[in-house]
Design a binder for this molecule. Sequence first.
Ligand SMILES: *Cc1c(COP(=O)(O)O)cnc(C)c1O
Length: 498
Amino acid sequence: MTSALPDGSAQILARLEALREADAATHGGRVLSYVYDSGLAELDQLAAEAIRIMQPVNGLDPTAFPSVAALERDLVRFARRMLHGGDDVVGTVTSGGTESCLLAVKTARDVWRAAGGTGTPRIVAPATVHAAFPKAAHYFGVDLDLVPVDTDGTVDPARLTDRFGPDVALAVVSAPAYPHGTLDPVAPVAAAAARAGIACHVDACIGGFVLPWWAGEDDPLPAWDFAVEGVTSISADLHKFGYAPKGASVLLQRGRDRQRAQYFATRGWPGYPVVNATMLGSKSAGALAAAWAIIERLGESGLGELAASCRRSTDAVTAAVRATDGLRVVGSPVGPLFAVATDGAAPEHRRVDPHHWADSVQERGWRLQLQPGLVQADGTRLPHTTHLTITPVTESVLPELLFALASAADEVRGMPAATAADVAASLPGVGDVLAGLADRTEPLDSAEASALLAGLGVGTGASALPQRMAPLLALLESLPAPITERLLIELLAGLVEP
Ligand SMILES: *Cc1c(COP(=O)(O)O)cnc(C)c1O
């Protein structure tokens, strides 16, 4: 196709292709997070064509572009049916999981206020709730009350519902939660929320288009969707296990009046009357069209087949991890994602540190996701883990993946977890700076933060991060959260500075 373009354009596209070469592989199953590869090239072509057709459309105004409303209607109808919603469940297609979660919080806040709530409302959620909720709390001036989970990632529902009170605008549970793949106790939380008049959101961003097909003949899942009374909203990402290109998620809400609180309308300016269901104004309809085309193509049975493939691969990989000396799967994950931790029951010289393991797996050409440990509000500690998300394409590379996971474990078995002290010892001068930071209260400025990053061997440009991530994670874990957060901001901001 590029050859039909005039010279200048072909060169521009060639530069784009060249830039893409440095990216993580989006296809082929070697990256076990971020990307959700159906393994069906045909779906990519279909999505690209759908995006091309809708490219010039502005999703801002479905009265001017009725195609946008038609596609959205179909997707909402499909999602509602899969998630056991009745006619009173309505919804919106958003730009992604984060936007769906933000809007669920904004809706709950405004419904709570309309019912007479005053002051700062509170959201109650397990500590494993997705970072989109701390983000929502930060953006919308809401308090987030995080309930500690057990080290296996599960939350005691009573511990969560004990926090309910008149200031609580929303309870959030996940199906499943991203860090460990834990299916939260939806039914008891939703029931208690309904009794207390509190909204209950199920964050099924990652599970929404795969859990409906997850239950086996003899292992049914506990109900987690609109079949549970008391569930007032659900988020489900089309750009995860709906296999759509990025930019599409569904937010469903039970009750038209509740859902209308999601909207923003104003005639308080001299321009066109504004009414938006979502956060953006002008927006692409490309991702919506691509998601629609893929769901039309796959339908319920196609999604079911892909889910079955994920299930077979997940069973195989978790069984292999469980059989690996020194590693363990955290808790009892539900769905195609799970976390791996050190098996503390193994003798020290047989233990495998999950971050050294991930680094060693990466050297073999596969990318896993390192998750830092966390000290919870009650002082209990969740161990650092490595996360894997399995997709349908995994099945085509399963033997190679299992081999890489096993040989990486053999390589790092017995190697103690990285510590901040090791890092400080290996980088001259950094130890003093870090000691100075431990009780620093004023925020770092940009010059200090970038100097510190440079001292840690974290730079800008093409190879911003070191090859082995375990030491860096240990270091970030040891610093006070506000310092780490400031360093992360400096790192990302630096990447795009001209
Ligand atoms: C991915 C995810 C989100 C956020 O979705 P984005 O599409 O990355 O914005 C929220 N919740 C859960 C459980 C997720 O897995």
